[in-house]
Write a protein that binds this ligand. Structure first.
Ligand SMILES: CC(C)(COP(=O)(O)OP(=O)(O)OC[C@H]1O[C@@H](n2cnc3c(N)ncnc32)[C@H](O)[C@@H]1OP(=O)(O)O)[C@@H](O)C(=O)NCCC(=O)NCCS
Length: 144
């Protein structure tokens, strides 16, 4: 059974391995550990059979939540995990006073764009050459 809960320090090695695999500019173990120590950051994981299968995070500026990562383990995709995790996560964010969420996504990452749209995000603009290695534009999406 799938469980959603706040990320703990002991989840970080597993999360950082997924991060390394799925992102071109991955956060390090230290970056996650530092974020977990700060109250403006919120990180959650999805756990199945005691294994972390997905994670997402954000930092909060006033009433805005800037989503930093969303990832689901590759063998667990297409089962609605990202959608459920984000729903739970945004509920928690709302309790911390977040009224709107924003994120960037590579324009070629159509799967993620679809997933965010399914969660109510709308593309508001394109940021040219936002990403390095490979260089690519970003869609800036918002859920207001
Ligand atoms: C993007 C990602 C988080 C989606 O996770 P997921 O658990 O497979 O997504 P879900 O099963 O919850 O799907 C949510 C919705 O998005 C759609 N979707 C998800 N992946 C899709 C894909 N590759 N192509 C088309 N639609 C997709 C689903 O059909 C679903 O829509 P619906 O609810 O209307 O049926 C996952 O593919 C991933 O971890 N990718 C690598 C990391 C990444 O790119 N993160 C985003 C960086 S900004």
């Amino acid at each position: 059974m799938l469980e959603f809960r706040l990320m703990k320090k002991e989840d970080v090695p597993c999360v950082a391995r997924m991060e390394e695999e799925y992102f071109s500019e991955p956060w390090s173990v230290k970056a996650f550990e530092d974020a977990l120590d700060k109250k403006e950051y919120l990180y959650m994981v999805a756990v199945e059979r005691q294994e972390v299968v997905a994670y997402c995070g954000m930092y909060q500026v006033l009433d805005e939540g800037n989503i930093t990562q969303v990832a689901v383990r590759s063998d667990m995709r297409g089962r609605g995990i990202a959608r459920k995790l984000l729903q739970d996560f945004m509920q928690k964010g709302q309790e911390k006073g977040v009224g709107a969420y924003t994120l960037e996504v590579r324009v070629s990452n159509q799967g993620a764009v679809r997933a965010y749209e399914a969660c109510g995000f709308v593309t508001e603009c394109v940021r040219k050459d936002f990403y390095a290695s490979p260089r690519e534009d970003a869609f800036i999406m918002w859920k207001r």
